[in-house]
Design a protein around this ligand. Structure first.
Ligand code: PEP
Ligand code: MN
Length: 463
């Protein structure tokens, strides 16, 4: 008997849970590098007890799933798939309710149905979810009415209320991040493997959306999708099989001691996987070439994102590739550019061209959120829908002109009816921000603005 060869990787199999092995010890090298944005945990005994618990807890994601995602991101880099990554700027424990998580998943599924139709390639669905609890901050302290306290660094680290007690970093929060991430992933896995993700269901939600006041301009795209769905039904497409979709979890790998404690050795290959999420990214503030984040992430097998702002040089990008993807492995590295609508057409071409001319093939994804943040006259941190759209348009224009591949969208969004971003057909104005501004960090597109953006991108791709 010959043994059967496996063509697709097993999605879940055993991990060695030992953290004393030599391979995992190599993960600790980041401690020798300069590190930024790390909390100072006040009590060493408490910190170390939480980390011991995390080190032996079950992994949240599995090596096989991570390997499948890497190969799908390689497709995106080649133009054979498109990444849709979206979710809160900062998840919170209080808002990790079934209703809110379901609304976010639903929004991403709806957007992805529209984008799949428009781009005619599979859409890789990914949440900024199940782990997005820690935030880099521009200042260590915050002063209100003469009182200065440490800044809020995300629910993983400290509390949002402006009191001395809440703002002290509490390592127990890392355990709560782990359990909340596990609960979120459990819902993600359930909602994307049952009838909820059925294309016909998702399409009927979108039809409901275009019938809303002001959204009828998207009716044509919705009708075309409707015809495509009917055609598939008529030819006997297996909608049961289409009910199950892959949905990946991602977050900024900010807290290196948490990420280290959540790393496991794949018992088959002996390689190290970050098991806190499928896709982990390094933020604009922590991507120093000689810094701890780049050193740590270089040792994981996961596909890795790096955010690149407008000051990024070609040399920076190439040196990041050398550090993080020395073998130039397809799907390993994704550059998430966040240039701002006003700069993208000026700064992105040289960067993409320089990387291409050096023979590297990262996936290029646009984050049209972080380069477009403003403060409204009534004091809200916000963004204009038109700027977000303009950066997306600029992203497609630049890649079209160069003949390179626009690989995906990275969005801050929610499935709820919040009022945090200005504009859109719902005409949220400055006064409107007061109605339902709930985010603790950056403003998110609400459900309608998210769908509107997907339809506008679809119109653009269809031209
Ligand atoms: C974020 O994604 O919320 C973020 C902080 O982005 P950046 O690292 O691009 O500033
Ligand atoms: Mn943000």
């Amino acid at each position: 008997m010959t043994s059967t060869t496996r063509t697709t990787p097993a999605r879940a199999h055993a991990f060695s849970l030992s953290s004393t092995s030599e391979e995992l010890a190599a993960l600790g090298t980041w401690r020798e590098y300069p590190r930024v944005q790390q909390p100072a945990w006040p009590d060493e005994a408490e910190r170390s007890a939480v980390f011991d618990r995390l080190r032996t807890a079950p992994p949240l994601v599995f090596a096989g799933e991570v390997d499948v995602l890497r190969s799908r991101l390689a497709d995106a880099a080649r133009g054979e798939a498109f990444l849709l990554q979206g979710g809160d700027c900062a998840e919170t424990f209080a808002d990790s309710t079934a209703d809110r998580i379901r609304a976010k998943i639903r929004t991403i599924l709806q957007m992805s149905a529209v984008l799949t139709y428009a781009a005619s390639v599979p859409v890789i669905k990914m949440g900024r979810m199940a782990g997005q609890f820690a935030k880099p901050r521009s200042a260590d302290d915050e002063t209100r009415e003469g009182v200065t306290l440490p800044t809020y660094r995300g629910d993983a680290v400290n509390g949002y209320p402006f009191t001395a007690e809440a703002r002290i970093p509490d390592p127990q929060r890392l355990w709560e991040m782990y359990t909340t991430s596990a609960q979120t992933l459990n819902l993600l896995r359930a909602f994307t493997s049952g009838g909820f993700a059925d294309l016909r269901e998702v399409h009927s939600w979108n039809q409901g959306f275009v019938r809303g006041p002001g959204y009828d301009r998207y009716e044509q795209v919705a009708q075309e999708i409707d015809r495509a769905v009917r055609f598939m039904e008529a030819i006997g497409a297996d909608f049961e099989a289409l009910q199950s979709v892959d949905f990946y979890a991602s977050h900024e790998a900010l807290l290196l001691d948490y990420e280290e404690a959540m790393s496991r050795i794949d018992s088959r290959s002996g390689e190290i996987y970050g098991c806190s999420g499928h896709f982990l990214w390094i933020g604009e503030r922590t991507r120093q070439l000689d810094g701890a984040h780049v050193e740590f992430m270089s040792r994981l097998r996961n596909p890795i994102g790096v955010k690149l702002g407008p000051s990024t040089s070609v040399d920076d990008a190439l040196r990041l590739i050398d550090r993080l993807d020395p073998d130039r492995e397809p799907g390993r590295i994704t550059f998430i550019t966040r240039m701002g609508a006003r700069q993208i057409r000026d700064v992105l071409p040289a960067l993409v061209e320089g990387v291409r001319d050096a023979g590297a093939t990262p996936a290029w994804v646009t984050d049209p959120m972080h380069g477009n943040t403003i403060t409204s006259s009534n004091g809200y941190k916000t963004r204009r829908f038109e700027d977000i759209l303009d950066e997306v348009v600029g992203f497609f224009e630049v890649h079209r002109a160069l003949g390179t591949v626009p690989g995906g969208l990275h969005m801050e969004l929610t499935g709820d009816d919040v009022t945090e971003v200005l504009g859109g057909t719902g005409h949220i104005d400055e006064a409107g921000l007061e109605r339902r501004y709930e985010t603790l960090v950056d403003p998110r597109l609400n459900h309608q603005q998210s769908l509107e953006l997907a339809f506008l991108v679809a119109e653009m791709l269809g031209r």
